[in-house]
Every structure is written in structure tokens, then in C-alpha cells.
Design a protein around this ligand. Structure first.
Ligand SMILES: [Zn+2]
Length: 201
């Protein structure tokens, strides 16, 4: 699958049910040429909502931007291979502690979310290089990413973190390929088809 096709499929999963997906355009044949565009605005569905906040806490263009940033890292990291044949390992996840000043807490999750966390930290640093904030816990809970933080971040920072948590429900926590949130023997997890089979067969 090409970088554009994989990116498009992932954005479609993240924004499933949003009619603005009809406006989604993804182009590019390599990490440095990948780009995506969608009609801006708040998604017209319940993704990311809760009983406290029934509307998605982010704009669809923020979802598209974070996924594109993640995909550029995913495909760059695995060059010259296809990322499916070169999945992130725990050492890649742990390397984020050295790459990002704000990655001050342990990652209580699998390596499949390496590029998602990497892209989030890069973008957060870009928008708030001098703000006094820090994560307090980064972990998997009920199958998806939870990114708790305290301090001073602009609204976009809060939004990026909400998007990262939501995108995680479509990324295999083992290998970083597209996956689905599933429940097996009482446990929630996000797994691609291959790792779903491996874990429970
Ligand atoms: Zn997988």
C-alpha cells in the first residue's frame, strides 16, 4: 500500500461518519511530499465525544494534520522499506525520551504508538516551545492511549492530545499498522488483523 493510500484509509477510519470526508484529498508518493486536505471544521459525528462533552473536542483538520505528521515519521523511520515490514520496536519508543524534552514520563503502552507519540511531541513543541507544561502519565487504558498532562498549553495543544488519543483507537499498539479497537476475553485492545490473530489464536 502506498503512503497516500495508507494515510487516506487511516483518516477515513478516524473520521468515519463525517460527511466532510467527501472533500478529503491525499497526495504524495514519499514522506516529504505527502500532504492532505479536508474541508475545515468540527466533525459532524460523535467521535471523541462523551457524556460530558457530546461534541468532538477537535477539528477535522487537526486530525488530518496529526495523521499526516505521524505517517511522514512512520515512512521515514522505515526507509527504504515499507513500514509494514519494519515496525517500530520498544527501543524506538524509548528513544523518544532522548528526542523530546517533554517526554518525561514512562510510556506504559506498546511500541506501535511510537510514531503517533513522536508526531504529537513534535507538534506540541512547535506550538508551545516555551510553555511550562508536562505529561503526568502516558498509557494504554481500555485499549486506547491516555495522555494526562498539567500546566500551560494553548487550546491547540489540548486539541492535539485529544486527537492523539482518538487516533490511537485505529493504530495497532503492537506494530503501528492500521487496526481496530476490539474486546477479547474481557480486554480491550487495538490490533491489526495480523496481531489480533497472534494474540488470541
Ligand atoms: Zn499489528
Amino acid at each position: 500500500m502506498s503512503i497516500a493510500a495508507e494515510t487516506k484509509a487511516l483518516i477515513e477510519a478516524c473520521l468515519a461518519g463525517d460527511p466532510a470526508l467527501a472533500s478529503l484529498a491525499v497526495v504524495g508518493t514519499a514522506p516529504d511530499t505527502l500532504s492532505a486536505h479536508i474541508a475545515p471544521g468540527r466533525p459532524l459525528n460523535a467521535i471523541g465525544g462523551s457524556s460530558f462533552s457530546p461534541h468532538p473536542p477537535f477539528l477535522r483538520e487537526t486530525v488530518v494534520e496529526l495523521v499526516v505528521r505521524m505517517q511522514r515519521l512512520r515512512w521515514t523511520r522505515s526507509l527504504p522499506y515499507n513500514p509494514k515490514g519494519w515496525p517500530p520496536e520498544d527501543r524506538d519508543l524509548q528513544a523518544l525520551h532522548r528526542k523530546h524534552d517533554k517526554a518525561v514520563v514512562g510510556f506504559e503502552c506498546g511500541p506501535g504508538w511510537t510514531d503517533l507519540l513522536d508526531a504529537s511531541f513534535v507538534w506540541l513543541h512547535e506550538i508551545a516551545p516555551d510553555r511550562d507544561w508536562a505529561p503526568t502519565q502516558i498509557k494504554e487504558k481500555f485499549g486506547t492511549l491516555r495522555f494526562y498532562w498539567y500546566g500551560d498549553l494553548p487550546d491547540l495543544g489540548d486539541e492535539i492530545i485529544s486527537v492523539a488519543e482518538n487516533v490511537s483507537s485505529h493504530i495497532c499498539e503492537v506494530c503501528g499498522a492500521q487496526g481496530h479497537l476490539r474486546k477479547d476475553i474481557g480486554w480491550w485492545s487495538v490490533r491489526c488483523r495480523e496481531h489480533a490473530k497472534e494474540a488470541w489464536s
